[in-house]
Ligand binder design. Structure first.
Ligand SMILES: [Zn+2]
Ligand SMILES: [Zn+2]
Length: 203
């Protein structure tokens, strides 16, 4: 499935009941959607090469060697296809403290992040950071990971939370210990953002 377009309406996930993509930390359906963002770009990247199997790994090696020449989704997908020689996990996703993974994870941020037409400036960077954090939460505070996960649906439709909205979402998560309630509270922040967007589009 293609990732949501700029301006698309948010949809409910049939499995977790939250907004699609937002429940990836606990919901398999949302998780598959988030992985799909990266996999979709990799499939498109592979097409003109007409490669498969071992050749795919060779191509992944090439991409990871020059991350600044490729879209971030292609770089992340390439990393998923390589194994870390130090810890044996997928490169860049090993345990905290694996220096080879830390290095590869750092390099992924050299990749190209191009805003989609109509998206708020900086939106693609926010999408990329949140996808990266959700797929590789090691070493990041739980509240922060949850906030980024729950905010992903609204980023995917092209919006960017103000500093105030982001802080409000984090404060709501911190002040509450029930995951369902946390998701509900952040959804209200998201609804406010969408209402504000509709308001400014109409004026
Ligand atoms: Zn879900
Ligand atoms: Zn490693």
């Amino acid at each position: 499935m293609a990732r949501p377009a700029v301006g698309a309406a948010l949809r409910r996930c049939a499995e977790c009941g939250g907004f699609e993509y937002g429940g990836a930390l606990a919901c398999g359906a949302c998780r598959a959607l988030v992985d799909g963002i990266v996999e979709e770009a990799w499939s498109a990247f592979l097409l003109p090469w007409g490669v498969g199997g071992d050749e795919e790994v060779t191509l992944a090696d090439m991409v990871v060697a020059e991350p600044d020449r490729h879209d971030w989704r292609v770089v992340d997908a390439a990393l998923d296809r390589l194994l870390c020689s130090a810890c044996g996990d997928r490169l860049g996703r090993g345990p905290v403290g694996c220096s080879a993974c830390d290095l590869a994870h750092g390099f992924r941020y050299a990749a190209i992040e191009r805003d989609r037409p109509g998206a708020r400036p900086g939106n693609e960077h926010a999408v990329r950071v949140n996808v990266s954090v959700v797929r590789r939460p090691q070493g990041i505070a739980e509240d922060e990971v949850l906030a980024r996960s729950l905010m992903l649906p609204v980023l995917l439709v092209g919006l960017l939370p103000t500093v105030e909205a982001a802080q409000r979402a984090k404060a709501l998560i911190k002040g509450c210990s029930s995951p369902a309630r946390q998701a509900h509270l952040v959804e209200q922040v998201i609804e406010d953002m969408l209402a504000e967007q509709r308001g400014s589009a109409g004026s």
